[in-house]
Every structure is written in structure tokens, then in C-alpha cells.
Design a protein around this ligand. Structure first.
Ligand code: PEP
Ligand code: MN
Length: 291
């Protein structure tokens, strides 16, 4: 057995040549369905997160996202509702049945985040916070590990190995754009990473075109491109009123824009032999409707 990355044997494709498929709250990740994770950048209020949860579910999302602890560049920007935000995510899950993903920024918060989240997000800024990676490795809650904004794929793969070495086998990788010399977009979405990570590792790979571009109008095109490149899922920021969002409003889709993106994404998924949640079920199978 020849490993592509001998120093990351647990993550290496050879450890599971068929690819990892696992279930989170009844949602199968890494299987034939392209899983859409959607919701606001940050949980802002009960009304906001409940409306967003309902809207993304109606559009075909399978997982609700929303930050309670927000890593912000300025200490004066909105830092998230923290504990209150976690409680609101639990409420939104109860309301819609969607499993939730939310970021854990600090190992000191891990216990309370684990108590509320179905998936723990490790943000780009913490991809090489090795003590945090080891702590989440000790948990049995699945982890969505975002690529560091300046991380090579080798560094990224080793970060995932840190999590898996603790025994946490359910790790999802997420390409979210990297820093390049190009200033017209927030980041440069590195779609090369998708086939490369699928080749080098057995982990599901999803793509976040919201942070990858920083511009809402570009998100649907890049979402489709990500599916064509082989992504197992999408992470999409959606807000009821992006112009009043407390973080990342410029890259958030409105409920309508999200609803219009999903059939396009479903058509691309169908073209590459995959499907997307409820939308494809409605569009291509007539009356049948997924939950
Ligand atoms: C986010 O998902 O809102 C976020 C902060 O992402 P990243 O860590 O990729 O910047
Ligand atoms: Mn964000």
C-alpha cells in the first residue's frame, strides 16, 4: 500500500479507497447526494435564525449553519450572540429538524458547543490551532474543518490528521478560498483543491463559495462549478435581509436568491451523476418530495 501522504495515514485515501460516508442526524455526507449546508453567517436573533432555517429547508438545504461565536477581524465588530446563539440554534433545529453546524473557536467552549451542535466547525483562522484540533479529535461530534486561508493542501491534510488521530473519524473538509494577489474578490476559490483532496484523502469535501468570493452575485455560479468539480456539498450563507446583516452581508444570498440557485445546482449535480436534496426530487421526479 503506497500512501500519498505517509505522514497522514489516517486521512490518506488508501485508508478507505471507497471514500468516507457517514451520517449526521440522518443526513448522509459523502454519498451520492450533494449536501447543502446553508444559513446566516451569524445567529442574530430568534426571528432571524428561525426564518432562515425555514427558508433554507424549503430550498433543499439539509444542514443549518449559523455562527454563535464569531472570529471577527475587528474586536469592535459583532462577536456573535455566544451562549444565547447556541440556544437559538437548538430552537431552530427543533423547529425544522435540520441538524446544525456552528463554529467552536476555543477549547474552553467545547463542552457547551458540543451540547448544542450536530457538527463542530473549525474556522479557517484556527485550522492550525493544534490544541483545538486535538480537543475536537477527542469528541465524537463530526467536524467541519475549514481550510486555512493561506494553507497548502499538505498543511490542510495534516490538520485533519490531528483531528482523526484522537479517534474522531467524521471529518469534513471545506475549501473556502485562499489569499492570493487578486483583490477584486475577498478570496480566490481554489477549485483545484476539490479533485486533489478527493484523490489524496478519503474525506468528504465541500465548498464554500460565500467566503470564497465574498460577493453574493458570484455565489450561484461558483456553487455550480464546485459541484462540477466533484464537491460533496456546499456551504452557503443566506440571510433574510443581507443589507442589515451583522456580519458578511455582502456575500449572503437572500431567501429568493437561494431558492433560485438550488434548481441550477441540482441540474449540474444531475449532469455529474449526483443529486441535491429536495429540489431534485421535486424537479425531476414530479410529485415525490424529500423532507
Ligand atoms: C464562517 O463560516 O462564517 C467563517 C468565519 O468562515 P471562515 O473560517 O472560512 O472564514
Ligand atoms: Mn461568514
Amino acid at each position: 500500500m503506497i500512501l500519498a501522504t505517509p505522514s497522514a495515514p489516517l486521512v490518506d485515501r488508501q485508508a478507505k479507497p471507497g471514500g468516507s460516508v457517514f451520517s449526521v442526524g440522518g443526513v448522509e455526507i459523502g454519498g451520492p447526494e450533494v449536501i447543502v449546508f446553508a444559513g446566516p453567517c451569524a445567529v442574530e436573533s430568534e426571528a432571524q435564525i428561525i426564518a432562515a432555517a425555514r427558508a433554507v429547508k424549503a430550498g433543499g438545504a439539509r444542514i443549518l449553519r449559523g455562527g454563535a461565536f464569531k472570529p471577527r477581524t475587528s474586536p469592535y465588530s459583532f462577536q456573535g450572540l455566544k451562549d444565547e446563539g447556541l440556544g437559538l440554534l437548538v430552537l431552530a433545529r427543533a423547529e425544522t429538524g435540520l441538524p446544525v453546524v456552528t463554529e467552536v473557536m476555543d477549547a474552553r467552549h467545547l463542552e457547551k458547543v458540543v451540547a448544542c451542535a450536530d457538527i463542530l466547525q473549525i474556522g479557517s483562522r484556527n485550522m492550525q490551532n493544534f490544541t483545538l484540533l486535538e480537543e475536537v479529535g477527542q469528541c465524537r461530534t463530526p467536524v467541519l474543518l475549514k481550510r486555512g486561508m493561506s494553507a497548502t493542501l499538505a498543511e490542510y491534510i495534516h490538520a485533519a490528521e490531528h483531528v482523526m488521530r484522537g479517534g474522531n473519524e467524521r471529518v469534513i473538509l471545506c475549501e473556502r478560498g485562499i489569499r492570493t494577489f487578486e483583490p477584486s474578490t475577498r478570496n480566490t476559490l481554489d477549485l483545484n483543491a476539490v479533485p486533489m483532496l478527493k484523490r489524496l484523502t478519503h474525506l468528504p469535501v465541500i465548498v464554500d463559495p460565500s467566503h470564497g468570493t465574498g460577493l453574493a452575485w458570484m455565489v450561484p455560479r461558483l456553487a455550480c462549478a464546485a459541484i462540477a468539480a466533484g464537491a460533496d456539498g456546499l456551504l452557503i450563507e443566506v440571510h433574510g435581509d443581507p443589507s442589515s446583516a451583522l456580519s458578511d452581508g455582502e456575500q449572503a444570498l437572500t431567501f429568493d436568491q437561494f431558492a433560485r440557485m438550488m434548481p441550477e445546482a441540482a441540474a449540474v449535480a444531475a449532469a455529474v451523476g449526483r443529486r441535491i436534496g429536495a429540489v431534485i426530487d421535486m424537479d425531476l421526479r414530479g410529485t415525490e418530495r424529500a423532507s
